[in-house]
Design a binder for this molecule. Structure first.
Ligand SMILES: *Cc1c(COP(=O)(O)O)cnc(C)c1O
Length: 377
């Protein structure tokens, strides 16, 4: 089945009780049982909820995964994955992940005896030296936020598996429409559904998709034991969002390419980060691993002053954190999404004070360009 057919139908069977074509919001905390130990598969809503179950079937199908779990946020999903690791074990974390992911390792997991090292996962040769005998997991994000570095998922998976470690990939930026990490050997996929999967900037959620049965059983156990579940209403919203994922991603990609090319030729822009540009150092790898480049574009203005001018002069693009919604959002990674990353790391990665990130929406692209053009001049 094609991607859109799966997106529209997987998990979306008409409601058994009423025939409702759209999966209802099962806003209930518990379920009537027929007798002791006899029930319809639903006992208590932290453990199971039909709306959440529909979404779990839907997104896992889109990621070519056998199992999927919906969480209250992307961070809750990442935290659940990290509960596959125990005290005394070691994780290799990409050195340019979402700021909140770094914060989770640095400020929380480090208190529980989980060791971690940062590594440039885009450089497989240097990554090899980061493995230790107790390395259990490699956590990568590709393309990275906000400087769009691409990691070769097949190469990293092969390397990790040779060292007896698993690979988790945060696929939030590409969504399963443009990148299916499991097809490249990755073991676990995580998402912030807050972004492209929901796509309408009206829900916060997260997802874990995987194939290994024992790991899936543990993630399900963690989901139920800790209880950071996605609500029925949010499950409904994301389920609605994924139905149009393909058309939205095509539109983000089309606009993203046009905006990236416009910025690349603008005299006030020093550098553009977008894997779809042939000038991107990893354009070939991105073109091989992804089926599109999406709507995330970052650019260097040269200074905090210039970045501030752009960010405060836009009229259509909305100044704000987050990404992946239908509306164009503009942000300043150094003080917003990546404020928790140490300044030395930010400098090394190119997350300068002059860097501006745009989540290119699906408005008419001429309007987005006109807005950026007036803000830049
Ligand atoms: C937003 C984001 C997260 C965190 O997700 P929340 O839903 O905000 O908790 C994780 N990874 C990436 C790449 C993100 O963009």
């Amino acid at each position: 089945m094609g991607f859109s057919t799966t997106a529209i139908h997987a998990g979306n069977e008409p409601d058994i009780a009423t025939g409702a074509v759209s999966v209802p919001i099962y806003q209930t905390s518990t379920y009537a049982q027929d007798g002791l130990g006899r029930h319809k598969g639903f006992e208590y809503a932290r453990t199971q909820n039909p709306t959440r179950l529909a979404l779990e079937k839907n997104i896992s199908a889109l990621e070519n995964a056998r199992f999927g779990f919906a969480f209250a946020s992307g961070m809750a999903a990442i935290d659940a994955v990290l509960k596959l690791v125990k005290a005394g074990e070691h994780v290799i974390l990409g050195d340019n992940t979402y700021g909140g992911t770094f914060r989770l390792f640095n400020r929380i997991l480090s208190n529980y005896g989980v060791e971690f090292d940062l590594a440039d996962t885009s450089d497989v040769t240097s990554l090899e030296s980061a493995f230790r005998p107790n390395t259990k997991l490699v956590f990568v994000e590709t393309p990275t936020n906000p400087v769009m570095t691409v990691t070769d998922l097949r190469a990293v998976s092969d390397l990790a598996h040779a060292h007896g470690a698993k690979v988790a990939c945060d696929n939030t930026f590409m969504s399963p429409y443009f990148q299916k990490p499991i097809d490249h050997g990755v073991d676990i996929v995580v998402h912030s559904t807050t972004k492209y999967l929901n796509g309408h900037s009206d829900s916060v959620g997260g997802f874990v998709a995987l194939n290994d049965e024992a790991d899936a059983e543990w993630i399900g156990f963690v989901q139920n034991s800790i209880g950071a579940i996605l609500s029925p209403f949010d499950s409904f919203l994301v389920l609605r969002g994924t139905k149009t994922l393909a058309v939205r991603m095509e539109a983000h990609d089309k606009n993203g390419r046009i905006v990236a090319n416009f910025l690349a030729e603008h005299p006030s822009v020093k550098k553009v980060y977008y894997p779809g540009l042939v000038s991107h150092p990893q354009h070939e790898l991105a073109a091989r691993q992804q089926t599109g480049f999406g709507g995330m574009v970052s650019f260097e203005t040269g200074s905090l002053d210039k970045a501030k001018k752009v960010l405060e002069s836009v009229k259509l693009c909305i100044l704000g954190e987050s990404l992946g919604g239908v509306e164009s959002l503009i942000s300043h990674p150094a003080t917003m999404t990546h404020a928790s990353v140490p300044v030395e790391t930010r400098d090394r990665l190119g997350i300068t004070d002059g860097l501006v990130r745009v989540s290119v929406g699906i408005e008419d692209v001429e309007d987005i360009i006109e807005d950026l053009d007036q803000a830049l001049s």
